[in-house]
Ligand binder design. Structure first.
Ligand SMILES: [Zn+2]
Length: 76
């Protein structure tokens, strides 16, 4: 899936982690609701990680996304 321009996360550390998730084969979907930016989805096991629009710490949010990516990169 290719993300359209404008669907980038405004926090660059988070955006970089989302790119790593995509590179690992996970799906990143935009779902703009309140504080939710979207989700990182693992299709094979149908788990998902909610990405915050305005995380308190973008470094922590990126680390959480990376943890999810590591945990699911071998699901497919
Ligand atoms: Zn999985």
């Amino acid at each position: 899936m290719t993300m359209a321009l404008g669907d980038r996360h405004q926090k660059k550390d988070v955006e970089a982690a989302l790119k790593r998730a995509e590179a690992a084969g996970l799906k990143v979907t935009r779902d703009k609701k309140k504080h939710t930016w979207g989700y990182v989805l693992c299709c094979p096991c149908s788990q998902r990680f909610r990405v915050d629009c305005t995380p308190k710490s973008q470094g922590d949010e990126a680390a959480e996304i990376d943890r999810f990516t590591r945990g699911h990169r071998n699901c497919a």
